[in-house]
Design a protein. Structure first.
Length: 191
């Protein structure tokens, strides 16, 4: 196999978010259906080979369903998944971060968790009360899934995670490590 030129590798990273040579995937920006549709096959392809999968993550969050799809795909990998968080790892990205077997944060990174939001899309701004009740149940269920997945991964009691998520809760990298939301800070030579 002919080695790829550095410019071809950079093109793969910028266009597809992947560096095949180092088995590294970049999850940068908003999490949505399009991103999960692109990332999930790449994760599965990386997992067909042997060796750790590295994820570089920096995201303000996005769609819950897309985030859970990426989280589940990473958790089901047979290879070790190492996630490196940079900048902001917010909302559903905080859940994706928890998918790593090893979770590292850059010293200036910040993690944020909160309950999900529900959008109401109606032409006249009104909504049937039955639909409001249904949305409330779905929001409660989605929040419980989010709290449970984070609690299970970091061994923080579910009630504490739920309490933190009532409002946006930000954690500096060092605090996230102390609480068990990350394994350690990234040091020179880690990646």
């Amino acid at each position: 196999m002919v080695a790829k030129k550095a410019s071809d590798r950079l093109s793969d990273i910028l266009e597809n978010g992947i560096d095949w040579k180092t088995r590294t995937l970049y999850i940068i920006g908003a999490i949505d259906d399009e991103k999960s549709f692109r990332l999930i096959p790449l994760i599965r392809l990386l997992d067909e080979g042997k060796g750790p999968i590295k994820i570089f993550l920096s995201s303000n969050g996005g769609d819950e369903a897309a985030g859970f799809a990426i989280f589940d795909t990473l958790r089901l990998c047979r290879n070790q998944v190492k996630i490196y968080g940079y900048g902001g790892i917010y909302s559903i990205a905080a859940l994706i971060f928890q998918a790593g077997n090893q979770r590292y944060l850059a010293p200036s990174a910040q993690l944020m968790m909160h309950n999900g939001t529900v959008g109401v899309d109606s032409s006249d701004g009104s909504m049937d009360s039955t639909k409001v009740e249904q949305l409330g149940r779905e929001a409660t269920q989605n929040n419980a899934r989010y709290h449970g997945a984070i609690s299970k991964r970091c061994s923080i009691p579910l009630t504490e995670i739920a309490s933190w998520c009532k409002d946006e809760r930000y954690f500096l990298a060092e605090d996230a490590v102390l609480l068990g939301l990350a394994d350690r800070l990234i040091k020179h030579g880690d990646v």
